[in-house]
Design a protein around this ligand. Sequence first.
Ligand code: PLP
Length: 356
Amino acid sequence: MHKRLFIPGPVDVREDVLQKMATPQIGHRTKEASALQRSISDKMRKLMYTENEILLSTSSGSGLMEGAVRSCTRKRAAIFSVGAFGDRWYEMAKSNNVPADIFKSELGKPTTPEMVEEALSTGKYDLVTITHNETSTAIMNPVDEIAEVMRKYPDVIFCMDTVSSMGGTKIEVDKLGVDICITSTQKCLGLPAGLSICSISNKAIEAAKEVPHRGLYFDLLQLYEYIQKKDYQYPSTPSLAHMFALDYQLDNIMAEGLENRFNRHLEMAKYTRAWAEKHFEMLAEEKYASNTLTTIRNTKEISVSDLNKELGKRGYMISNGYGKLKDVTFRIAHMADTQMNDLKVLLETIEEILGL
Ligand SMILES: *Cc1c(COP(=O)(O)O)cnc(C)c1O
Protein backbone atom coordinates (compact mmCIF):
# COMPACT_ATOMS: atom_id res chain seq x y z
CA MET A 1 0.00 0.00 0.00
CA HIS A 2 1.25 3.49 -0.80
CA LYS A 3 1.74 5.63 2.27
CA ARG A 4 0.69 9.22 1.84
CA LEU A 5 3.76 11.24 2.76
CA PHE A 6 3.61 14.00 5.34
CA ILE A 7 7.39 14.03 5.67
CA PRO A 8 9.39 17.11 4.65
CA GLY A 9 10.66 15.60 1.45
CA PRO A 10 10.33 13.64 -0.60
CA VAL A 11 6.67 14.57 -0.88
CA ASP A 12 3.82 12.81 -2.61
CA VAL A 13 3.84 13.43 -6.34
CA ARG A 14 0.62 13.74 -8.30
CA GLU A 15 0.01 10.82 -10.62
CA ASP A 16 -0.16 13.04 -13.72
CA VAL A 17 3.19 14.62 -12.77
CA LEU A 18 4.76 11.17 -12.26
CA GLN A 19 3.49 10.15 -15.67
CA LYS A 20 5.33 13.07 -17.26
CA MET A 21 8.60 11.55 -16.08
CA ALA A 22 7.90 8.66 -18.42
CA THR A 23 7.90 10.96 -21.47
CA PRO A 24 10.05 9.38 -24.21
CA GLN A 25 13.59 10.74 -24.15
CA ILE A 26 14.81 13.42 -26.52
CA GLY A 27 18.38 14.25 -27.45
CA HIS A 28 19.90 16.67 -24.96
CA ARG A 29 21.57 18.63 -27.80
CA THR A 30 18.37 19.31 -29.70
CA LYS A 31 16.25 22.41 -30.15
CA GLU A 32 13.53 20.65 -28.18
CA ALA A 33 15.86 20.28 -25.20
CA SER A 34 16.78 23.97 -25.41
CA ALA A 35 13.13 24.96 -25.56
CA LEU A 36 12.22 22.75 -22.60
CA GLN A 37 15.00 24.11 -20.41
CA ARG A 38 14.31 27.69 -21.43
CA SER A 39 10.64 27.22 -20.65
CA ILE A 40 11.44 25.93 -17.15
CA SER A 41 13.78 28.85 -16.53
CA ASP A 42 11.11 31.37 -17.58
CA LYS A 43 8.53 29.80 -15.31
CA MET A 44 10.97 29.52 -12.39
CA ARG A 45 11.71 33.24 -12.71
CA LYS A 46 8.02 33.94 -12.13
CA LEU A 47 7.83 31.64 -9.16
CA MET A 48 10.99 33.15 -7.66
CA TYR A 49 10.09 36.78 -8.46
CA THR A 50 13.38 37.39 -10.19
CA GLU A 51 14.84 38.53 -13.46
CA ASN A 52 18.12 36.77 -12.79
CA GLU A 53 19.34 33.79 -14.79
CA ILE A 54 18.20 30.35 -13.65
CA LEU A 55 20.54 27.35 -13.44
CA LEU A 56 19.25 23.78 -13.46
CA SER A 57 21.41 21.04 -11.97
CA THR A 58 20.88 17.31 -12.08
CA SER A 59 21.50 16.80 -8.38
CA SER A 60 19.53 17.31 -5.21
CA GLY A 61 19.61 20.75 -3.58
CA SER A 62 22.84 20.05 -1.75
CA GLY A 63 24.72 20.10 -5.07
CA LEU A 64 23.99 23.74 -5.79
CA MET A 65 24.52 24.67 -2.13
CA GLU A 66 28.04 23.27 -2.34
CA GLY A 67 28.52 24.90 -5.75
CA ALA A 68 27.46 28.32 -4.46
CA VAL A 69 29.77 28.49 -1.48
CA ARG A 70 32.68 27.10 -3.46
CA SER A 71 32.20 29.12 -6.66
CA CYS A 72 31.56 32.55 -5.18
CA THR A 73 33.56 32.90 -1.94
CA ARG A 74 36.60 35.05 -2.67
CA LYS A 75 37.68 35.88 0.89
CA ARG A 76 35.59 34.20 3.55
CA ALA A 77 32.03 32.95 3.99
CA ALA A 78 29.76 33.76 6.93
CA ILE A 79 27.45 30.77 7.37
CA PHE A 80 24.38 31.40 9.50
CA SER A 81 22.92 28.21 10.87
CA VAL A 82 19.65 27.55 12.64
CA GLY A 83 19.92 23.79 12.42
CA ALA A 84 21.01 20.80 10.40
CA PHE A 85 20.98 22.38 6.95
CA GLY A 86 22.92 25.46 7.96
CA ASP A 87 25.46 23.19 9.64
CA ARG A 88 25.73 21.22 6.43
CA TRP A 89 26.52 24.36 4.42
CA TYR A 90 29.40 25.01 6.80
CA GLU A 91 30.67 21.43 6.31
CA MET A 92 30.53 21.98 2.56
CA ALA A 93 32.66 25.10 2.84
CA LYS A 94 35.18 23.36 5.07
CA SER A 95 35.53 20.26 2.94
CA ASN A 96 36.13 22.41 -0.15
CA ASN A 97 38.83 24.38 1.64
CA VAL A 98 36.69 27.51 1.48
CA PRO A 99 37.48 29.79 4.45
CA ALA A 100 34.30 30.08 6.51
CA ASP A 101 32.91 30.80 9.97
CA ILE A 102 29.65 29.51 11.34
CA PHE A 103 27.20 31.61 13.36
CA LYS A 104 24.76 29.32 15.09
CA SER A 105 21.48 30.14 16.76
CA GLU A 106 20.05 28.13 19.62
CA LEU A 107 17.85 25.32 18.29
CA GLY A 108 14.38 26.67 17.52
CA LYS A 109 15.61 30.28 17.33
CA PRO A 110 16.18 32.29 14.13
CA THR A 111 19.16 34.05 12.61
CA THR A 112 18.65 37.66 13.64
CA PRO A 113 19.49 40.74 11.55
CA GLU A 114 21.72 41.82 14.46
CA MET A 115 23.81 38.66 14.10
CA VAL A 116 24.29 39.35 10.40
CA GLU A 117 25.15 42.99 11.03
CA GLU A 118 27.67 42.08 13.69
CA ALA A 119 29.45 39.58 11.45
CA LEU A 120 29.48 41.76 8.33
CA SER A 121 30.63 44.87 10.15
CA THR A 122 33.99 43.14 10.71
CA GLY A 123 34.65 43.39 6.95
CA LYS A 124 35.96 39.81 6.96
CA TYR A 125 33.26 38.28 4.80
CA ASP A 126 32.28 38.50 1.16
CA LEU A 127 29.60 35.79 1.09
CA VAL A 128 26.71 35.05 3.42
CA THR A 129 24.50 31.97 3.54
CA ILE A 130 21.07 32.03 5.13
CA THR A 131 18.63 29.16 5.53
CA HIS A 132 15.22 30.53 4.62
CA ASN A 133 13.25 27.63 6.05
CA GLU A 134 15.10 25.24 8.35
CA THR A 135 13.56 21.81 7.91
CA SER A 136 14.85 20.35 11.18
CA THR A 137 13.35 22.96 13.49
CA ALA A 138 10.61 24.22 11.13
CA ILE A 139 11.47 27.85 11.56
CA MET A 140 11.42 30.53 8.89
CA ASN A 141 14.07 33.16 9.27
CA PRO A 142 13.15 36.88 9.22
CA VAL A 143 14.61 37.36 5.76
CA ASP A 144 13.02 40.77 5.12
CA GLU A 145 14.97 42.21 8.05
CA ILE A 146 18.11 40.29 7.14
CA ALA A 147 17.85 41.63 3.59
CA GLU A 148 17.86 45.19 4.96
CA VAL A 149 21.20 44.53 6.60
CA MET A 150 22.55 42.91 3.44
CA ARG A 151 21.72 46.06 1.47
CA LYS A 152 24.34 47.92 3.48
CA TYR A 153 26.99 45.52 2.20
CA PRO A 154 26.61 45.52 -1.57
CA ASP A 155 29.87 43.64 -2.16
CA VAL A 156 28.78 40.63 -0.17
CA ILE A 157 27.16 37.75 -2.07
CA PHE A 158 23.84 36.77 -0.51
CA CYS A 159 23.05 33.04 -0.80
CA MET A 160 19.80 31.59 0.44
CA ASP A 161 18.63 28.01 0.90
CA THR A 162 14.95 27.84 0.00
CA VAL A 163 14.94 24.08 -0.58
CA SER A 164 11.95 23.44 1.67
CA SER A 165 10.02 26.64 1.03
CA MET A 166 10.23 27.80 -2.60
CA GLY A 167 6.84 27.13 -4.16
CA GLY A 168 5.13 26.99 -0.77
CA THR A 169 5.48 30.58 0.35
CA LYS A 170 6.24 33.88 -1.34
CA ILE A 171 9.97 34.54 -1.68
CA GLU A 172 10.70 37.64 -3.71
CA VAL A 173 14.28 37.06 -4.74
CA ASP A 174 14.98 40.41 -6.42
CA LYS A 175 13.22 42.45 -3.77
CA LEU A 176 15.27 40.70 -1.10
CA GLY A 177 18.45 41.13 -3.14
CA VAL A 178 19.34 37.44 -3.01
CA ASP A 179 22.23 36.68 -5.37
CA ILE A 180 21.95 32.90 -5.33
CA CYS A 181 18.62 31.42 -4.31
CA ILE A 182 18.59 27.62 -4.24
CA THR A 183 15.81 25.07 -4.23
CA SER A 184 15.17 21.49 -5.27
CA THR A 185 12.31 19.49 -6.65
CA GLN A 186 11.23 17.08 -3.90
CA LYS A 187 9.72 19.52 -1.42
CA CYS A 188 7.24 22.31 -2.14
CA LEU A 189 7.49 21.87 -5.90
CA GLY A 190 5.97 18.41 -5.64
CA LEU A 191 8.29 16.30 -7.80
CA PRO A 192 10.70 13.44 -7.10
CA ALA A 193 14.23 14.38 -5.95
CA GLY A 194 16.97 14.72 -8.50
CA LEU A 195 16.95 18.25 -9.83
CA SER A 196 18.03 21.44 -8.14
CA ILE A 197 17.43 24.95 -9.30
CA CYS A 198 18.96 28.30 -8.46
CA SER A 199 18.73 31.90 -9.54
CA ILE A 200 22.04 33.68 -9.96
CA SER A 201 22.74 37.42 -10.15
CA ASN A 202 25.36 39.14 -12.30
CA LYS A 203 27.08 40.11 -9.08
CA ALA A 204 27.51 36.44 -8.18
CA ILE A 205 28.78 35.69 -11.69
CA GLU A 206 31.37 38.46 -11.39
CA ALA A 207 32.42 37.14 -7.99
CA ALA A 208 32.89 33.62 -9.39
CA LYS A 209 35.24 34.99 -12.04
CA GLU A 210 37.63 35.92 -9.23
CA VAL A 211 37.64 32.43 -7.73
CA PRO A 212 40.28 30.20 -9.33
CA HIS A 213 39.17 26.75 -8.09
CA ARG A 214 35.45 26.36 -8.44
CA GLY A 215 35.31 22.60 -8.95
CA LEU A 216 33.78 21.31 -12.14
CA TYR A 217 30.32 19.73 -11.96
CA PHE A 218 28.98 22.43 -9.64
CA ASP A 219 30.96 25.33 -11.07
CA LEU A 220 28.20 27.93 -11.27
CA LEU A 221 30.20 30.16 -13.62
CA GLN A 222 30.72 27.35 -16.09
CA LEU A 223 27.04 26.39 -15.98
CA TYR A 224 26.07 30.01 -16.52
CA GLU A 225 28.43 30.59 -19.43
CA TYR A 226 27.52 27.31 -21.06
CA ILE A 227 23.79 27.96 -21.14
CA GLN A 228 24.38 31.45 -22.57
CA LYS A 229 26.42 30.01 -25.42
CA LYS A 230 24.42 26.84 -26.00
CA ASP A 231 20.87 28.15 -25.75
CA TYR A 232 19.98 26.68 -22.36
CA GLN A 233 21.71 23.37 -22.85
CA TYR A 234 23.99 22.09 -20.07
CA PRO A 235 27.56 20.73 -20.13
CA SER A 236 26.54 17.22 -19.00
CA THR A 237 23.46 15.12 -19.67
CA PRO A 238 20.58 16.39 -17.56
CA SER A 239 17.70 14.37 -16.14
CA LEU A 240 15.27 15.09 -18.95
CA ALA A 241 12.65 13.05 -17.09
CA HIS A 242 12.68 15.69 -14.35
CA MET A 243 12.66 18.45 -16.92
CA PHE A 244 9.47 17.17 -18.56
CA ALA A 245 7.77 16.80 -15.21
CA LEU A 246 8.96 20.13 -13.81
CA ASP A 247 7.88 22.09 -16.87
CA TYR A 248 4.44 20.50 -16.56
CA GLN A 249 4.22 20.95 -12.79
CA LEU A 250 5.12 24.64 -13.09
CA ASP A 251 2.06 25.00 -15.34
CA ASN A 252 -0.05 23.36 -12.62
CA ILE A 253 1.43 25.76 -10.08
CA MET A 254 0.65 28.79 -12.25
CA ALA A 255 -2.86 27.46 -12.90
CA GLU A 256 -3.50 27.18 -9.18
CA GLY A 257 -2.26 30.77 -8.86
CA LEU A 258 0.77 31.68 -6.78
CA GLU A 259 -1.18 33.59 -4.15
CA ASN A 260 -3.69 30.74 -3.86
CA ARG A 261 -0.88 28.26 -3.48
CA PHE A 262 0.90 30.28 -0.80
CA ASN A 263 -2.39 30.76 1.04
CA ARG A 264 -3.17 27.07 0.93
CA HIS A 265 0.19 26.39 2.57
CA LEU A 266 -0.41 29.07 5.18
CA GLU A 267 -3.88 27.77 6.04
CA MET A 268 -2.52 24.25 6.49
CA ALA A 269 0.32 25.61 8.64
CA LYS A 270 -2.10 27.52 10.87
CA TYR A 271 -4.28 24.46 11.27
CA THR A 272 -1.30 22.28 12.21
CA ARG A 273 0.04 24.87 14.67
CA ALA A 274 -3.33 25.12 16.41
CA TRP A 275 -3.48 21.32 16.60
CA ALA A 276 0.07 21.19 17.97
CA GLU A 277 -0.72 23.79 20.65
CA LYS A 278 -3.85 21.91 21.64
CA HIS A 279 -2.20 18.52 22.10
CA PHE A 280 1.54 19.21 22.39
CA GLU A 281 3.71 22.34 21.99
CA MET A 282 5.33 24.08 19.08
CA LEU A 283 9.10 24.15 18.88
CA ALA A 284 9.19 27.49 17.04
CA GLU A 285 7.81 30.75 18.29
CA GLU A 286 4.68 31.67 16.32
CA LYS A 287 6.49 34.59 14.69
CA TYR A 288 9.11 32.32 13.13
CA ALA A 289 6.96 29.26 12.49
CA SER A 290 7.37 27.74 9.04
CA ASN A 291 4.52 27.81 6.55
CA THR A 292 5.54 24.53 4.94
CA LEU A 293 6.11 22.16 7.86
CA THR A 294 5.66 22.07 11.63
CA THR A 295 8.03 20.69 14.26
CA ILE A 296 6.13 19.67 17.38
CA ARG A 297 7.64 19.14 20.81
CA ASN A 298 6.91 15.61 21.99
CA THR A 299 5.58 16.78 25.34
CA LYS A 300 3.54 13.59 25.81
CA GLU A 301 6.64 11.47 25.28
CA ILE A 302 4.92 9.30 22.74
CA SER A 303 6.92 6.80 20.71
CA VAL A 304 7.03 8.47 17.31
CA SER A 305 8.17 5.26 15.67
CA ASP A 306 5.19 3.34 17.13
CA LEU A 307 2.90 6.12 15.98
CA ASN A 308 4.38 5.95 12.52
CA LYS A 309 3.89 2.16 12.45
CA GLU A 310 0.21 2.60 13.23
CA LEU A 311 -0.07 5.43 10.72
CA GLY A 312 1.64 3.22 8.17
CA LYS A 313 -1.07 0.56 8.56
CA ARG A 314 -3.58 3.27 7.74
CA GLY A 315 -1.60 4.59 4.79
CA TYR A 316 0.21 7.62 6.21
CA MET A 317 3.71 8.61 7.19
CA ILE A 318 5.01 11.51 9.27
CA SER A 319 8.57 12.30 10.31
CA ASN A 320 10.53 12.01 13.52
CA GLY A 321 12.72 14.85 14.73
CA TYR A 322 15.98 15.55 12.96
CA GLY A 323 19.42 15.00 14.45
CA LYS A 324 19.56 16.09 18.09
CA LEU A 325 15.81 16.65 18.06
CA LYS A 326 15.08 13.08 17.00
CA ASP A 327 13.14 11.81 19.99
CA VAL A 328 12.05 15.09 21.51
CA THR A 329 10.17 16.37 18.49
CA PHE A 330 8.27 15.09 15.47
CA ARG A 331 7.50 16.80 12.20
CA ILE A 332 4.50 17.12 9.95
CA ALA A 333 5.01 18.53 6.49
CA HIS A 334 2.16 20.36 4.77
CA MET A 335 3.67 21.18 1.44
CA ALA A 336 3.42 20.77 -2.33
CA ASP A 337 0.08 19.31 -3.43
CA THR A 338 -1.18 18.31 0.01
CA GLN A 339 -4.67 19.68 0.58
CA MET A 340 -6.30 20.85 3.82
CA ASN A 341 -8.60 17.87 3.80
CA ASP A 342 -5.72 15.40 3.61
CA LEU A 343 -4.12 17.13 6.57
CA LYS A 344 -7.31 17.08 8.63
CA VAL A 345 -7.71 13.36 8.06
CA LEU A 346 -4.08 12.78 9.07
CA LEU A 347 -4.44 14.75 12.31
CA GLU A 348 -7.70 12.97 13.15
CA THR A 349 -6.00 9.67 12.54
CA ILE A 350 -3.16 10.62 14.90
CA GLU A 351 -5.73 11.60 17.55
CA GLU A 352 -7.48 8.28 17.16
CA ILE A 353 -4.23 6.28 17.44
CA LEU A 354 -2.99 8.21 20.48
CA GLY A 355 -6.45 8.46 22.09
CA LEU A 356 -6.18 12.26 22.28
C1 PLP B 1 16.05 18.98 2.14
C2 PLP B 1 16.85 20.18 2.42
C3 PLP B 1 18.15 20.35 1.95
C4 PLP B 1 18.88 19.27 1.23
O1 PLP B 1 18.37 19.17 0.01
P1 PLP B 1 18.62 17.88 -0.88
O2 PLP B 1 17.75 18.20 -2.05
O3 PLP B 1 18.18 16.71 -0.05
O4 PLP B 1 20.05 17.83 -1.20
C5 PLP B 1 18.80 21.52 2.20
N1 PLP B 1 18.23 22.51 2.90
C6 PLP B 1 16.99 22.38 3.38
C7 PLP B 1 16.42 23.51 4.16
C8 PLP B 1 16.26 21.22 3.16
O5 PLP B 1 15.04 21.10 3.65
